[in-house]
Ligand binder design. Sequence first.
Ligand SMILES: Cc1ncc(COP(=O)(O)O)c(C=O)c1O
Length: 362
Amino acid sequence: MEPFLYSHQNRDRIIWMSQNTNTLSTTPAIQEALNEAVRRREYALYPYKNGLFGLPEALKEDVGAPHYDVLMANGGIEALYVITRALLRRGDEVVASDPSFLPIHHQVSLCNAKTIEMPIYSDPWKMTPERVNEAITKKTKMILLIDPINPLGTAYTGDEVRAISEIAQDNDLYLLDDITYRDFSDDHHVTSDYYPEKSILVYSFSKNCGMAGLRIGAALAEPELMKSFVKYNVNPLSVNILAQRAALAALQTKDQWISGIVHICRRNQATIKEAVERIPGVFLPVYPSYTNMFIIDIGNTGADPEKVQEKLLLEHGIFLRAGNYVSKRFGDRFVRTSFSLPEEECQKFARAFPQVMAELSG
Ligand SMILES: Cc1ncc(COP(=O)(O)O)c(C=O)c1O
């Protein structure tokens, strides 16, 4: 059984907790912008290559990087592809973590470069500046900072972001700052504040704005650095105009609704925590999570995460993710679940999960 095929085929009855998507209602402004763009048949032309007027500016303001240039992309993942392709060469090393969002590591390998995966599956459940420093060799070209981290939900403090930025600067490295989950954090800091020259910010509209299906994201960097990305842009014909309209509407209204989304996420995490605490041997390594997901460690129970995933999906219509998607080394110890979804769906999970664990624990 291919879980994605099964889940898409049964989409209307699946509780989708597997991809950190956000099915909460954000703002009607997004749908209104989409409808208006359809009504005006804006899709008949290619969009302006530098982005819908006002969108790059709104994005720079949102992340607080007024002097950066913006490259719009069909999802943060496409921006990441362009950046890795442009900056990495055979033999280069990228300091990263394990667990991590592994599709980026795959992109690094496509450049014949290598990720040095620092194990972070223990307290403090994130990279520390000291360990980043130790991991740097003559071959290091880039540090990958995912802040807050998918899948753990750990966030970096301002001091840590500053220290990692200084390490990058001292060693003349690129600092790839993936801020996909920034809006779920209470106190997020961008590396561009400390090391503007070679920080690259990667932005996604998928999670905070609940627009994963529209496929829109961006890279932000200093104008000089941005020039080096242009020839690797796989999509010089620009980004889906409907997605850009929706993105602009989302940014223009975000301060009215984002705290409501984060609030529900915090309540949902508390609901899951309560359920987890009743299951022997199961625990949450990071709580609260500063993303819209966290991991549930089931390593002491003898249950196989893939079996947990399958049973929840087939018997309860709940789709979460076995750990091997985000860690080869530690993936057999946990499942990852997101919680940016209606509270009644999360409560259904909180009832089903202890039952499934009781059935599968050794
Ligand atoms: C850390 C991280 N970066 C980037 C992405 C890709 O986001 P997008 O949907 O904008 O391509 C994801 C998606 O899960 C992610 O977790």
